[in-house]
Design a binder for this molecule. Structure first.
Ligand SMILES: C[S@@+](CC[C@H](N)C(=O)[O-])C[C@H]1O[C@@H](n2cnc3c(N)ncnc32)[C@H](O)[C@@H]1O
Length: 362
């Protein structure tokens, strides 16, 4: 049975529209046919999108420097949704150079196919470190060290809402010859926190699963730092009048669209991260907000330019310079991506936020 048929049956059995989060969950994470669970090529030029670690090793090298500030030889790293495994390889390589390897590098990955790919990638480059890498099926208990999630929050199934007559209503997914948006009749709760006046018909997303995830993460961390890197913005920008259609985007073969009802199971579906919501939830859970910056200034704070200067081969340096531009220029990933740092039971002035810390604006 096709994934489309499976989702359609779910709606029919439900006898009413399903939440968009449920639709997104099936489209991305159905055990065999979901986008992230099937064997399709997703990352890089042959896939649908390119993430920062796929763009340049320097991304992971800089993150490693930030990790080194918190790692002490007895604690660990935990990476969520490790993609092709390239970020783990970059971080472990650089931490080896810095003499700051974690005791274990845990990976929590939902996709069996990706776990296999990650093992291949790491084993190819760092076979000597393979015994430190451990794949987990659930959150650990009493974790101590650094937690990393690059482009994971945006891939968590979100709810879609519409604002009408001073209320939010959920937009569910129904079926009538094709998948359609259907407004549910009761007012949506909890009411999203918004500081501006929205127009009638304003459509947006709210990521309740990401909030629940933050809360469980707090319970599972005993002591350490959490680095959340993603495209997104603070509340004020999230609810900008120009974002009238929300932040939902789909990626298929490097083309963006806002139609989740096409290429089901063959395209990525994402929503931008409302970092104010995440920070609020993190504070309620008990985390301390330890920094918030654009990806550009986070990487610059961690000395991304030093890697360029160290490269003596001119051709390689030119190539690296292109990669750095992609990571830091505002027109590329530099400003649309942000880094939010949360901490529990540690007190360190983080190197990554020396140039910029916008946490007070969240
Ligand atoms: C856009 S990919 C990013 C991959 C990789 N981090 C990178 O930067 O190349 C999103 C990843 O998040 C994972 N993911 C989503 N929700 C997750 C969760 N609750 N726990 C762990 N991984 C999750 C997906 O399985 C997928 O591997």
């Amino acid at each position: 049975m096709s994934l489309e048929q499976i989702i359609k049956n779910t709606i029919v059995q439900n006898a009413s529209p399903i939440g968009f989060d449920e639709f997104m969950d099936l489209a991305l994470y159905h055990p065999t046919l979901g986008y992230y669970r099937s064997g399709l090529e997703k990352f890089g030029e042959k896939g649908d999108f390119i993430t920062a670690p796929e763009t340049s090793d320097l991304f992971g090298f800089c993150l490693a420097r930030q990790c080194a500030q918190v790692l002490n030889g007895t604690n660990d790293i935990l990476e969520f949704g490790a993609g092709s495994g390239v970020l783990a390889t970059q971080i472990l390589f650089e931490l080896g150079k810095l003499n700051s390897l974690p005791k274990k590098y845990y990976i929590l990955e939902l996709s069996g196919e990706l776990k296999h790919r990650q093992a291949q990638t790491i084993n190819k480059v760092l076979p000597e470190l393979m015994d430190r890498v451990v794949w987990l099926d659930e959150l650990p208990t009493d974790f101590s060290g650094v937690v990393i999630a690059n482009e994971v929050l945006d891939a968590m199934p979100a709810k879609r809402l519409i604002y009408k007559n001073n209320q939010f209503y959920e937009l569910g997914v129904g079926f009538d010859e094709n998948f359609i948006w259907q407004q549910l009749t009761t007012q949506f709760t909890p009411t999203p926190s918004v500081d501006v006046k929205l127009m009638n018909g304003y459509t947006t997303e709210v990521n309740l699963r990401a909030m629940a995830w933050i809360d469980s993460l707090y319970s599972s961390v005993d002591k350490g730092l959490v680095l959340l890197i993603d495209y997104g913005m603070g509340r004020e920008e999230y609810f900008h009048p120009q974002r009238f259609e929300g932040t939902l985007r789909c990626y298929h073969q490097h083309k963006a669209s806002d139609d989740p009802f096409i290429n089901i199971g063959e395209q990525d579906i994402t929503t931008s991260v409302n970092f104010s919501d995440i920070a609020d939830q993190a504070s309620v859970s008990g985390f301390k907000i330890s920094g918030y910056a654009t990806q550009a200034l986070f990487l610059i704070s961690l000395g991304i330019d030093e890697y360029l200067l160290e490269q003596l081969d001119e051709d390689k340096r030119i190539n690296l310079a292109q990669q750095v531009k992609q990571l830091v220029l505002p027109s590329a990933m530099g400003e649309s991506f942000k880094v939010l740092a949360l901490s529990k039971n540690i007190s360190v002035k983080l190197m990554g936020f020396v140039e910029q810390d916008l946490s007070a604006k969240l």
